[in-house]
Design a protein around this ligand. Structure first.
Ligand code: NDP
Ligand code: GDR
Length: 356
């Protein structure tokens, strides 16, 4: 057991929920910041939340927002964390083209507000700060694979906002001697991945098509390539970054890259379907090899004004210094996500990392 106290922004998101679970297992007291919403938004953490009226708990939720500086200062003051994980963000790349100002406010300035809260409360020497940085920083990278030394070239308002967050984290480390560290994480997914990210959109559609609830899956650029890992592995890496003896920046990645097209093929294969591609460009269609049904079509609405074509990470620094490596490979990830969506479609309930 430990007397460590963690504060997590974005606790209701995919990573926040996995991280809260890991830290509770490691004996931490965990405080999470959730946003006020007109409908329930705590589904991912409902299974670890215990009503404080009922029995002792080490997991607490507080209302807050990264756009509200006074709220952040008060929460840091009240919860007195030894570790802060800044995972909260408007995290959707395509949405950031529609809401660039809000994305900058929450993702860039939100990070600054949290760092300032630490400084205002004079906690620079007692708090360790983790910033959720991203492989989107590399954007139009000239170098493959991408490592901590690869130059950044952001390709979206989201990536530009995260670039500011990355550098302000480095700056507070250098200027004030804070233990402030960036995890530059490549894409990581899970059965609780947000439904509008491409992997989950695909696995949900595969399950719905299998049950006869949907006919066609519409996608954008299926030739984009990503280095996809499992969120459970990556939150372990975040924790290790803050346990390191010095604050530093680390890439977490699998070292494998696959296209959206390959993800589609593998996902449908989980339900016994083979996809044959016909046509070209926006007219390309993914056809069921047995029935001839058009299961996948291209919708240019999902094309981005500027795209990130190829991400492939080199996590050798994290391996050497943190002893971190991924454990879940691409095929296993796709299988787990499809099986989870099939179980969900059949009425299963998510509990402790699986369906029961
Ligand atoms: P999610 O979109 O699943 O979760 C984002 C979380 O941030 C949610 O809890 C959301 O709340 C919260 N949030 C959004 N806006 C605000 C705000 N203004 N104030 C406070 N909280 C806010 O993202 P992931 O869990 O996938 O990612 C976690 C972090 O890691 C993000 O910062 C993301 O940009 C970054 N990242 C993610 C990668 C990935 O592949 N998953 C890779 C690299 C970086 P609500 O539930 O109410 O929407
Ligand atoms: P990404 O994830 O932009 O890499 O950001 P996303 O799953 O949204 O897109 C991956 C690739 O798939 C292509 N694509 C589509 N994407 C979506 N969402 N919907 C579609 O229909 C579709 N069709 C094709 C995209 O063009 C893109 O190339 C994620 C987020 O979690 C960020 O917060 C994080 O920082 C990065 O990963 C690393």
């Amino acid at each position: 057991m430990t007397d460590k106290v963690a504060l997590i922004t974005g606790v209701t998101g995919q990573d926040g929920a996995y991280l809260a679970q890991l830290l509770l297992q490691n004996g931490y007291v965990v405080h999470g910041i959730k946003r006020r919403s007109s409908s329930f938004n705590t589904e991912r953490v409902d299974d670890i939340y215990v009503d404080p009226h009922e029995r002792d708990t080490r997991f607490f939720l507080h209302y807050g927002d990264l756009t509200d500086a006074t709220n952040l200062i008060r929460l840091v003051q009240e919860t007195r964390p030894s570790e802060i994980y800044n995972l909260g963000a408007q995290s959707h790349v395509q949405v950031s083209f529609e809401t660039p100002e809000y994305t900058g406010n929450s993702d860039a300035l939100g990070t600054l507000r949290l760092l300032e809260a630490i400084r205002i409360l004079r906690l620079e020497k007692s708090v360790r700060f983790y910033q959720a940085s991203t492989s989107e920083l590399y954007g139009k990278a000239q170098q493959v694979p991408q490592s901590e030394t690869t130059p950044f070239h952001p390709r979206s308002p989201y990536a530009a906002a995260k670039l500011y967050a990355y550098w302000i984290t480095v700056n507070y480390r250098e200027a004030y001697g804070m233990f402030a560290a960036n995890g530059i994480l490549f894409n990581h997914e899970s059965p609780t991945r947000g439904e509008t990210f491409v992997t989950r959109k695909i696995t949900r559609a595969v399950a719905a098509i299998d049950r006869g609830l949907q006919e066609t899956l519409y996608l954008g650029n299926i030739d984009a390539r990503r280095d996809w890992g499992h969120a459970r592995d990556y939150v372990e890496g975040m924790w290790r970054i803050l346990q390191h003896d010095v604050p530093d920046d680390f890439v977490l990645a699998t070292g494998e890259t696959h296209s959206v097209r390959e993800f589609v093929e593998l996902a449908f294969a989980q339900t016994g379907r083979t996809i044959r591609w016909q046509g070209q460009g926006v007219d390309e269609v993914g056809v069921d090899a047995d029935s001839g049904a058009a299961l996948v079509r291209i919708d240019p609405r999902y094309f981005r004004p500027t795209e990130v074509d190829l991400l492939l990470g080199d996590a050798s620094k994290a391996k050497a210094r943190l002893g971190w490596t991924h454990t879940v490979g691409f095929r296993e990830l796709v299988a787990e996500m499809v099986q989870a969506d099939l179980a969900r479609a059949a009425g299963g309930k998510w509990h402790s990392g699986r369906f029961v």
